[in-house]
Design a protein around this ligand. Structure first.
Ligand code: SAH
Length: 396
């Protein structure tokens, strides 16, 4: 096995179990390694630090598979890691009954570059690193064995693969997708999941708990759901007893799925749901001009700041939508506002929301600080994994 020798002092983050080796930490590679090959990582003084996947094209030159220096990185290793990850979800009471669950959450589950989401009998896998790519077969076999699923569909079409020198890969890698629309039941509401053409792996599972809270808070309230995608928050609000739900997204296909989702749930009152295909920034201004107001507003925008370099522009965008959110709220109303930008931390996000409230001239208090559900854990050694943050804020 090739040896990846680090510069002096660069073993420190690995000793804290942070799994990335950046280009600047690498002194030399002794021996040859192709992308994805396993390398032995050693400190400047020769101390063995563990085994990693070699990613020569990426600024993250290696990702640790294991901090144990003598563990074999082979099929059995991946089967074990996958099985452990799946088993952790199976014993969590909030996840046990759900048909849509994230089974593997990358670094936080000891599998850098690997995402796997289960939607009923189908598992969707996304591989975003050279190491994950190399072990595709073992990972897929592990998922099949641990879940007994009928199909594994690959959605490795994320842009981050380019950073690893990898092209897109999509399609069935095990079994066959069932005929007809795939559905899950989330918090008692049936939702269609388009694993082939939907965003990411098809559905944003990370907001499950926050959607449930929205359902509870929506009772008797008029609701505005911005960036609604296929209506996850909207349907929970309807199920929770909202008097009306206006949902906005710029994606026509997502709104079509959203409408079908209402029809999939005959217990919901479809006449209370209004769907609008529009740019949220413009729509919020139009709603203000029309004098419309709401008792509960959800803002769940896409990632405005993929990294800290985009933070300034992103901060302005967050400020803008939150300002209009506050302006459209009735007294006593609640704003549930999120950021899934890795480049914007919770502290900064809270400052932005506070600035928006102050500009809108409202008094507001935080009822809940929100984050991703338990199937999206955050490794204590990998704080970068904490991408989703939210605040439920009440005005008046
Ligand atoms: N809240 C959703 C997930 C939101 S993902 C859920 O619970 O499932 C972000 C959504 O924002 C996507 O559906 C995307 O189509 C939409 N979007 C992105 N930019 C937009 C814009 N400027 N105006 C309206 N929608 C936008």
């Amino acid at each position: 096995m090739s040896k990846l020798v680090l510069n002096p002092g660069k073993e420190r983050s690995l000793l804290r179990r942070h799994p990335w080796v950046f280009a600047g930490s690498v002194a030399r590679l002794e021996g040859r390694a192709r992308p994805g090959d396993t390398v032995e990582v050693v400190a400047d003084d020769g101390r063995a630090l563990g085994r990693a996947a070699w990613s020569p094209e990426s600024q993250i030159r290696a990702r640790m598979w294991s901090f144990a220096p003598d563990v074999s990185i082979d099929h059995a290793f991946f089967k074990r890691r996958v099985a452990e990850s799946v088993a952790r979800r199976a014993t969590h009471p909030l996840l046990a009954g759900e048909s849509g669950v994230r089974l593997i959450h990358g670094e936080s589950d000891g599998l850098p570059g690997v995402i796997a989401d289960r939607f009923g009998e189908v598992v969707v896998v996304q591989l975003t690193s050279a190491g994950a790519e190399k072990w595709r077969d073992a990972i897929v076999a592990g998922l099949v064995q641990a879940t007994g699923c009928k199909a594994v569909y690959e959605r490795s079409d994320s842009d981050v693969r380019k950073l690893e020198g990898l092209g897109p890969m999509t399609g069935c890698v095990y079994g066959e997708l069932p005929q007809g629309a795939l559905t899950i039941v989330e918090n008692g509401v049936r939702m269609e999941v388009d694993v082939v053409a939907g965003h990411k792996t098809g559905f944003y599972l990370d907001q499950r708990d926050n959607r449930r809270l929205t359902g509870l808070l929506a009772n008797g309230r008029s609701v505005l759901n911005c960036f609604c995608y296929t209506g996850g928050f909207s349907l929970q609000a309807l199920a929770g007893g909202a008097t009306s739900v206006l949902s906005i997204d710029s994606s026509g296909p997502a709104l079509e799925v959203a409408r079908r989702n209402v029809a999939l749930n005959p217990h919901l009152d479809a006449t209370r749901a209004e769907w609008m295909e529009a740019d949220v920034f413009a729509a919020l201004r139009a709603l203000k001009t029309e004098g419309r107001t709401f008792d509960l507003i959800v803002l769940d925008p896409p990632k405005f700041a993929p990294s800290a370099a985009h933070a300034d522009r992103a901060a302005r965008a967050y400020k803008d939508i939150n300002l209009f959110g506050f302006r459209l709220l009735n007294p006593g109303g609640i704003l549930m506002t999120y950021s899934c930008s890795g480049g914007i931390g919770l502290e900064l996000f809270q400052k932005i929301v506070a600035g928006a409230a102050s500009d809108a001239g409202v008094d507001a208090r935080i009822l809940h600080r929100l984050s991703a559900a338990a199937d999206h854990p955050i490794g204590l050694a990998v704080p970068e994994g904490e991408y989703l943050k939210g605040l439920a804020v009440q005005v008046g």
